[in-house]
Design a protein around this ligand. Structure first.
Ligand SMILES: Nc1ncnc2c1ncn2[C@@H]1O[C@H](COP(=O)(O)OP(=O)(O)O)[C@@H](O)[C@H]1O
Ligand SMILES: [Mg+2]
Length: 282
């Protein structure tokens, strides 16, 4: 199952959710792949890797996937050309740069770096530009129970690639910045993608994050958000509290469920993992 963690706003907890959920699912024995699709490379950093040291990234794979098939077939004999025509996955899976258990985290990672910011410009005029990531991820899907895509904070070509590759989306929503207008814009884009690029797409759930139980204001906003959204989409029962251990884990290059397993952040993301497993199998 491919899940895009998305919200066009920055700082809503996308990267924290992708990594912490990957950690929780990984520790439950699920095979998890995280794809860093934000040029800021926070998921790569959060996994203990230096983005500028990554030679092979999601972007190099996307570019290779776009090379003309005909060009690549030129030097082969007729037999292998015919083989390639019957092969639905002619993209070579070994081109996908997967880092296994980065920094001993319980998931695998396709890293990225700032070079991914070229994507909007480079892909703008290319054929099937929205399907590149789907092409890249398809061959390795049998090896994973979950592929979590950490999206950038805007609705550009990269997010479109994520939504085209995904089966469903998780939308982290920070209570302090509950902009319902922004949500409507996001829902419109999801509907457009569903109608044009990817009919399978569904909303796995909205995740209310950074709830501060010490302030009635934050609690009130969380309740209101739930009421406003619940009749439109699934809102996860799990809410993620404000928890400094989540930021600490990120700085340490570890998922929170390993870095601070007893923290409230870790408990929340384990509960979210259980909730998602329940949705998936029930
Ligand atoms: N529940 C939380 N409690 C405390 N800090 C958090 C929480 N979730 C995220 N953060 C911190 O807030 C910042 C933004 O979160 P991040 O996950 O990077 O958002 P996004 O990927 O949507 O931009 C990061 O510094 C992160 O460590
Ligand atoms: Mg992020």
């Amino acid at each position: 199952m491919i899940v895009a963690v998305t919200n066009q706003k920055g700082g809503t907890g996308k990267t924290t959710t992708a990594i912490s959920l990957a950690g929780a699912l990984g520790q439950m024995g699920r095979r998890v792949l995280v794809v860093d699709l934000d040029p800021q490379a926070n998921a790569t950093l959060h996994s203990g890797l230096m983005p500028e040291e990554q030679e092979h990234t999601v972007w190099t794979a996307i570019q290779q996937a776009g090379q003309s098939e005909v060009e690549r077939l030129d030097d082969r004999d007729l037999r292998s050309i015919l083989d390639s025509l019957w092969d639905t996955q002619s993209f070579n899976p070994s081109l996908i740069p997967i880092v296994h258990h980065p920094n001993d985290n319980p998931y695998d990672l396709v890293p990225c770096n700032l070079e991914l910011s070229e994507a909007d410009l480079v892909l703008a005029s290319s054929v099937s530009r929205e399907r590149r990531l789907a092409t890249v991820l398809a061959p390795v899907q049998p090896e994973y129970d979950y592929t979590l895509i950490d999206c950038p904070p805007h609705l550009g070509i990269l997010t479109l690639n994520a939504l085209t590759a995904a089966d469903s989306v998780i939308i982290p929503l920070e209570t302090a910045f509950l902009a319902s207008k922004g949500m409507n814009q996001l829902f419109r884009v999801l509907l457009q993608v569903k109608q044009t690029l990817n009919y399978r797409l569904s909303v796995l759930g909205v995740l209310i994050t950074r709830v501060d139980r010490r302030t009635t204001h934050s609690m009130h906003i969380a309740t209101e958000a739930r009421k406003a959204l619940e009749h439109q989409v699934n809102v996860f029962t799990t809410e993620v509290p404000v928890n400094v251990d989540l930021a600490d884990a990120s700085a340490a290059g570890k998922c929170v469920t390993i870095h601070a397993p007893q923290s409230r952040g870790a408990i929340a993301y384990r509960q979210l993992a259980e909730e998602i497993e329940g949705l998936r199998h029930g």
